[in-house]
Design a protein around this ligand. Structure first.
Ligand code: SF4
Length: 258
């Protein structure tokens, strides 16, 4: 049975992030503060990575950078064909070129990159969602990682990991998942949200893959779909960590890079 966002499900989410942090904290991923070069890497990367892997998105980013085009004004100054040519390695170049141009226009309309990133979330998110090619996941990724707003990113990895564990909102829509995590983690700040999303992605790639590698998984005793469930019970129903041993996850998680 899937747990809802209240009661046992909420406390289980806190314990799960603590476990993921123990397992993956310090691992580098592509939007780590010590890895990413600037906000435009995140903004353009959020478009370029759609329907491809990060390696291809990064090669397209490097192509834009080498051409001096990793900038909203420079993107708008390029022809569609020239922009598509620079990002061809990321796939569907014409589609992504149009999306990049739309996003560059949204940034320019806001008064430039600094003004765009300084917008409060209540203004930034609707502007992003009104931009061609920017859906909820892309909007939240930009708002969280480029602008530093407290907004939880939901992706296919999040749905897969938490569905397997058995913790999910009653509805499957993006906004339901988004609200589910934000309600469950009221004390977590933007840095903690950045870390949580990174840890989910790292876990989904390292272990909770299409064919999961459950043996040795740090969430094994929490997971409904694991093949071998120890007798200790599931997290949140019979917590395996004593309450006194649980640090306040958001504050602890916020202390180091994601
Ligand atoms: S126990 Fe297996 S299915 Fe469950 S979270 Fe871990 S890897 Fe994924």
């Amino acid at each position: 049975m899937t747990q809802s966002s209240t009661g046992a499900g909420t406390s289980a989410i806190t314990v799960i992030f603590q476990r993921l942090g123990d397992a993956y904290e310090g691992d580098v991923w592509h939007w780590s503060p010590d890895y990413v070069r600037g906000s435009m890497d995140i903004i353009a990367g959020a478009i370029l990575v759609q329907h491809t892997n990060w390696q291809n998105a990064e090669r397209a980013l490097e192509s834009l950078r080498a051409a001096g085009a990793l900038d909203p004004g420079a993107i708008l100054a390029l022809t569609d064909d020239a922009l598509a040519g620079l990002i061809r390695v990321s796939g569907t170049p014409s589609v992504k070129a149009r999306r990049l141009r739309s996003l560059a226009q949204t940034i320019t309309d806001a008064g430039g990159l600094d003004a765009f990133l300084a917008l409060p979330l209540e203004q930034l998110r609707p502007r992003l969602l009104a931009t061609h090619g920017v859906g909820s996941e892309t909007a939240d990724a930009i708002a969280l990682y480029a602008a530093g707003h407290r907004t939880f990113v939901i992706d296919a990895y999040t749905r897969r990991v938490f569905r397997r564990i058995g913790i999910a909102p009653d509805a499957d829509a993006y906004e339901a998942w988004h609200a589910f995590f934000e309600r469950a983690l009221p004390d977590a700040d933007a840095t903690a949200f950045q870390q949580y999303h990174a840890w989910i992605v790292l876990h989904a790639k390292a272990r909770c893959r299409t064919r999961p590698a459950c043996d040795g998984c740090p969430l094994l005793d929490a997971c409904e779909s694991a093949r071998h469930v120890p007798s200790g019970g599931r997290i949140g129903v019979t917590p395996t960590l004593p309450a006194a041993a649980r640090p306040p996850v958001p504050a602890a998680a916020a202390q180091s890079g994601r």
